[in-house]
Every structure is written in C-alpha cells, then in structure tokens.
Design a protein around this ligand. Structure first.
Ligand SMILES: NC(=O)c1ccc[n+]([C@@H]2O[C@H](COP(=O)([O-])OP(=O)(O)OC[C@H]3O[C@@H](n4cnc5c(N)ncnc54)[C@H](O)[C@@H]3O)[C@@H](O)[C@H]2O)c1
Length: 326
C-alpha cells in the first residue's frame, strides 16, 4: 500500500511452470516483491516460492475469474505463460486447443476491456513447419505447423497482431526455442531430452534419449529466455515494427550436447531411441534468423553451449547435494 492506494502492476499466469518460476523471481527483484502477483493452476508451488511474494490460484480458461482478478489486483501488465506444451499437446490435442487458444483469447479480451498496458506472451519455434527454411529460419516466413501446439501458437500470434491493430492492445511475443534450466523441470515439450540429459549425468546414470543423435534444434538457457521476455516487455514501442519475434541463442545436436556434458562427467553414456517426438523435432527449424529482434529491441543472448553446460552441472550438483542432506 502506498498512500492508501493498493499498487499492483504485473500478473504472471502459469507462474509455477518451468519459465514462470524463474520469471517471477527476476521480476520481483526488478520491480519489488508485491508488484508481481504469481498465478498458478493445479501444481502446488514450493514453500520458498510462496514466501517470495503474493500468489493466487487461477484457471485462465475462466474469463470472469481472470477479469475479477485483474480489477481487484490493479493489474496493468500480464505475462501469460499458461500452456499445454508440444509433446503433451500431441497426446491430447483437444486439451491443447482449449488451454492455449481459449486462455490467450481470454487474456486479450480482458486486456481490451480493462485497457491493460501490455500483454507479453511466448510463442514457439513450433509455429514453423515443412514449408519454412530449416536453417536460419526468417522472422517472416510461411507458417505451416503439423502439431496442434504449433497450430495454437500460429493462431495466438495472429490474435496478438489482430488485437494490437484493431484495439491498440500492446501485445508482444517471442518465439522461444527449447528452454534449458536447473530450477523447475520442463512441462512436456519436445526438447525436454536436453534437460533430462543433464539430470541423468549429475546422478551418474545412463540416459535414453527420445530423439536421434543427429537431431539439431535451437535451444536457449533460462537466464537468456527471462532476459528476452523482460527486454521485449520494456522495449520502446516506437521502435517495434513487429509484434512477434524470432530469438536465437544456440543450436546443437543431441550427441553434441552429450559430448559437452562428458567434459564435466566423463563417464556419462547416452543411447538414442527415437519415439513419436522425433517427428515433431524433424518439423522444427535447426536455427533461426533473429536479426529483426536484434534490430528492433537489441536482443543479444549471453550463453553458448559450453557456458550453459558448466553452469547447469554446477547448479544441479549443488541441488542434488542439498536433497541428499535432507
Ligand atoms: N519451456 C520451453 O521449452 C518452451 C519453449 C517454447 C515456448 N514455450 C512457451 O512458454 C510458455 C511457458 O512455458 P513453460 O515451459 O513454463 O510451460 P510449463 O508447462 O512448465 O508451465 C505452464 C503452466 O501453465 C499452467 N496451466 C495449464 N493450464 C492452465 C489453466 N487452465 N489456467 C492457468 N494455468 C494453467 C500449468 O499448471 C503450468 O504450471 C508457454 O506458452 C510455452 O508454450 C516454452
């Protein structure tokens, strides 16, 4: 409370997920603990997360519940991260459609009606398909995804552009590649093998990888993903000619990842047993042209593969030691 006025600015929806967990902490350090309201769904947050600031439960497919929350809490900026990811989406396309499309529509409608200042929403490299160049995929190219997840992300991008052009809602979106992090485990995407490989290595266990060893995909370390979301949210609107941006960081094959891990864990072994997720990976780009993001809001990632592996192994080893102690 400041001068009797209840100040709250930012709502993070999907806050207990892989990206939300870390985004919330960074936003709280930047703008203050109480300025950031974290909204989770069914997953229970950890005690540390609850201690870090305000938390509510929200089903974002319920528009009335969302609208009430936005008004009651004085929200002006929404980071909307709630989603059903690619691999789970292919197992349950109907749920994927409902959560991804209806939730974003609800967020945009509430933003329009209550004149919110900004909506930040991650899209994905899943928007591309066979029609787009696989190497150096341009920002503006043909979008023909084969997965329901990709279909919902294309629809979401178009909705964000529509709401900006028709109603002036300030929507901003980045197409994230596979995100690697040591904090919260990934939520059922096609690039989850990269995180799983690190966990297996620090536990000194062999790993069975669900894509072929020569599968190359674009990836990003979590600190760069958080930086991208916040840099775009804070970018000067007059410089933005696009609402949706490719962001590139690093690309490597599954076997190159295993090799980089072996520099820290020489005994690490990995076998390759592709499953249904191989077809999804094969339809995605191997690398992206992100010159539009670099020009319009100075996007510039920090981590490469070896720096990321060094940091991941150190953080996961510390986490494992803490868990073994208790
Ligand atoms: N993690 C990645 O590798 C990656 C890559 C590209 C794009 N993205 C995008 O980034 C965003 C965040 O991804 P993430 O990895 O943190 O996902 P996640 O699956 O880890 O988290 C998503 C969260 O949304 C919540 N949720 C699901 N249904 C909900 C509902 N009806 N109401 C409210 N919350 C609900 C879930 O409980 C979960 O905590 C998503 O839009 C995703 O598509 C992620």
């Amino acid at each position: 409370m400041v001068g009797g006025v209840h100040l709250r600015e930012i709502l993070v929806i999907g806050a207990v997920g892989q990206i939300g967990t870390e985004l919330v902490q960074t936003l709280r350090l930047r703008y203050g603990r109480d300025s950031v309201l974290a909204a989770g769904h069914v997953t229970k947050p950890t005690k540390d997360f609850l201690k870090s600031g305000p938390f509510v439960y929200l089903n974002v497919t319920d528009r009335e519940q969302l609208a009430k929350l936005v008004v009651k809490e004085n929200i002006d900026t929404v980071y909307h991260l709630a989603s059903v990811l690619s691999a789970i989406g292919e197992l349950n396309p109907q749920l994927c459609y409902e959560v991804n499309n209806i939730a974003l529509y609800n967020v945009l409608e509430v933003a329009r009606k209550h004149r919110l200042e900004r909506v930040v929403w991650p899209s994905s490299i899943a928007v591309f398909g066979d029609g787009a160049p696989r190497i150096g995929t341009p920002n503006d190219t043909i979008l023909q995804p084969k997965t329901m997840y990709g279909v919902t992300k294309v629809c979401g991008e178009l909705l964000c552009i529509y709401y900006f052009q028709k109603y002036g809602v300030d929507t901003r979106s980045i197409r994230l590649p596979g995100i690697i992090s040591s904090e919260t485990k990934p939520g059922g995407g096609t690039t989850d093998y990269s995180v799983e490989m690190y966990y297996a290595a620090v536990k000194v266990r062999p790993y069975s990888c669900f894509v072929r060893e020569n599968t190359v995909l674009p990836m990003m370390y979590m600190p760069d993903a958080i930086k991208a979301l916040i840099d775009l949210a804070e970018a000067d609107n007059s410089r933005l000619k696009h609402r949706v941006f490719n962001v590139n960081s690093m690309s490597f094959s599954a076997s190159e990842l295993a090799e980089s891990i072996r520099k820290f864990v020489p005994s690490f072994t990995c076998e390759y047993k592709p499953d249904y997720r191989q077809a999804i990976a094969d339809s995605w780009p191997a690398s992206l042209d992100d010159s539009v993001a670099r020009n319009e809001w100075n996007w510039n990632p920090v981590y490469d593969l070896s720096r990321m592996t060094d940091d991941m192994i150190e953080k996961l080893r510390r986490k494992l030691t803490r868990q073994q102690r208790y």
